[in-house]
Design a protein around this ligand. Structure first.
Ligand code: ADP
Ligand code: MG
Length: 328
């Protein structure tokens, strides 16, 4: 099974940023209010995610590292309605097969409680030992790909890998304003974001993550038609220093890179003649989970809408309206 894990790891674990993504999603699923991400050496030496969520009980701790044991899916049909971020029960198993992983958790309120389990490459130490930890979970992933040198070689410079990690962090932090976040690299605080969901708090977070100019040169939109709701910020052409890659689209809270969405946005911008300027946006589309499949691919960046035409038209008309209004 450890070999199967290593193979599966290729799907899930491409680089330190993909490790962080999985660990952060687990922390979100655990209902955390505060998530800390510590990185060393671009993540090659350490990716640590610490949360204050529900934690994992002593008896479940070894299970969390075994493949599929924890999968929440009974049948394939269940895939369609799945609402938590995790759904395959294989991320931790895959990550531990290509790293030195330590899982420390406490599911109880007593601060002295807590248990620890480790796995190193193909061998898993299934013994659980006591380890004090406040309620919540810490996952330490050290020496990624230490036992798969070919893959280790594909890691880029510390700066490049940390760039990917920052991007992952940015997306997650933009998806949950109600959670407080910290990102550190080599012990230095890179981002510290307090929780808050009112407009001011959200704009403050966006400025911290995307730069001051973003909000200044953006228009806030909010529109609801039937069961579709769109809200967020669209950049205006006055933002001359906008970075072309600042395009964030969330469907029911998950970041998505989808062709239908991209097309609708591009059309809307083109229509109001933004003179070849790259559109920038942070947009949130919420709709009935029954009419969207988010599990098209394991990395889950794609979606499939039951009625793509309707979603496309809704996006196009909402953005077109907001942008046409702002035409210089
Ligand atoms: P999945 O998230 O798909 O279920 P993972 O391998 O990512 O699979 O995690 C396995 C299980 O371990 C989860 O289902 C969850 O029960 C538990 N788990 C992992 N991380 C955490 C965490 N930070 N807090 C609480 N439980 C966790
Ligand atoms: Mg998971």
């Amino acid at each position: 099974p450890r070999l199967a894990n290593q193979i599966a790891a290729g799907e899930v674990v491409e680089r330190p940023a993909s490790v962080a993504k999985e660990l952060i999603e687990n922390a979100i699923d655990a209902g955390s209010r505060r998530i800390e991400v510590d990185i060393e050496a671009g993540g090659a030496r350490l990716v640590r995610v610490r949360d204050d969520g529900i934690g994992i009980g002593e008896e479940d701790l070894p299970l969390a590292l075994s493949r599929h044991a924890t999968s929440k899916i009974a049948t394939l049909d269940d895939l369609e309605g799945v609402s938590s971020l995790g759904f395959r029960g294989e991320a931790l198993a895959s990550i531990s097969s290509v790293s030195r992983l330590e899982l420390i958790s406490n599911a109880l309120e007593e601060p002295t409680g807590g248990w620890r389990v480790t796995a190193e490459g193909r061998s898993m130490e299934s013994r659980v030992s006591p380890a004090p930890h406040p309620r919540g979970t810490t996952v330490n992933v050290r020496d990624l790909f230490f036992n798969t040198p070919a893959r280790r070689k594909f890691l880029r410079t510390e700066k490049t890998e940390f760039g990917h990690l920052e991007e992952t962090f940015r997306r997650q932090a933009l998806s949950r304003f109600d959670i407080g976040w910290i990102l550190r690299h080599n012990q230095k605080v890179v981002q510290q974001l307090s929780p808050g969901t009112d407009t001011l708090a959200r704009e403050r977070r966006i400025s911290a993550l995307l730069g001051k100019g973003f909000i200044e040169h953006a228009r806030y939109i909010e529109r609801e038609v039937g069961a579709l709701r769109l809200s967020g910020w669209v950049g205006l052409p006055t933002h001359s220093r906008a970075q072309a890659d600042q395009q964030y689209f969330f469907v029911n809270g998950r970041v998505v890179r989808d062709r239908l969405v991209a097309h609708a946005v591009r059309q809307a911008y083109r229509d109001v003649m933004f003179h070849g300027r790259q559109p920038v946006f942070v947009l949130y589309l919420d709709l009935d989970p029954d009419v969207v499949d988010v599990n098209v691919h394991p990395t889950k960046h794609e979606v499939r809408f039951r009625d793509g035409r309707m979603v496309h038209d809704f996006l196009f008309s909402s953005l077109h309206h907001a942008l046409a209004d702002a035409r210089p």
